[in-house]
Ligand binder design. Sequence first.
Ligand code: ADP
Length: 301
Amino acid sequence: MRLAILSQKETIYSTKRLKEAALALGHDVSVINYQKCYVNICANHATVHYEGKPAATYDAIIPRIGAKRTFYGTAIVRQFETMGVYSINSSLAITRSRDKLRAQQLLVMKGIDMPVTGFAPDAESIHDLIHLVGGTPLIIKLLEGTQGVGVLMAETPKAAESVAQALAGLKANIIIQEFIKESKGEDIRCFVVGNKVIAAMKRTAAVGEFRANVHRGGIAQTITITEKERSIAVKAAKIMGLKMAGVDILRSNRGPLVLEVNSSPGLEGIERATGIDIATRIIRYLEKAAKPIAANSRYQG
Ligand code: ADP
């Protein structure tokens, strides 16, 4: 298989591991910095150019698009799709998952339970929103945030109001969310490939912190998840249209709640915590899924 990993740097752990695993399985693999690709949008001979020449023809790509690069990154993935190249995560699915609000609307509509969430264009509706999500303490999130940056807790209505006003002043898009106290600073990351959870880890927040992100000092360890958690994770990834996804779950008094579905889940924390060779599982999946089809038939608009 001729494979390209779309990634900003070859030295990123996940990129390195995917390349290593593909080579070990005998595939031809390149790492392409999508930020440096440019495209020729043309009906019968669409191309992606890289380093001054048309990129090679690939059977499959693995997009690892940075959160701040979604717009350009998904445009490049789309271009590969128009050329008939199989992408483990389609440009449409990545775009969907990157907009937290859009993702939440879609998941809830399809029956996935999530923390109660409110959204308003300005701070004027904050009183009502506080009420809607069950009062304080509550969580305020920047729609564009990742790795726990832009996730805040407001302990009182006054604090919620001031934070919402400050963020509205900065023209930031925010959501107000019910605080799941009983999750006790823990969340579960399920790594989904195809229609299976291939690994799961529990992340526990550092003392005095409610965010379990490893980047915020959280500790990761392997965990056995329940059948219900497993099927919710698979269903959430499927609804988003992602074949490779990191589904974050909080354990609540009313059962598992999906927090987020990530389209470029990191391999480092979960491979280290579980000892599972996730990179090889992803390449094995591609070996089966990346069947060649005609140009123009993968693009979903
Ligand atoms: P990011 O995409 O920036 O990681 P998340 O929405 O996943 O943002 O939140 C980061 C962390 O904060 C989660 O992993 C979880 O530990 C904690 N958290 C987020 N939302 C809630 C919530 N509603 N109730 C309790 N803890 C939460």
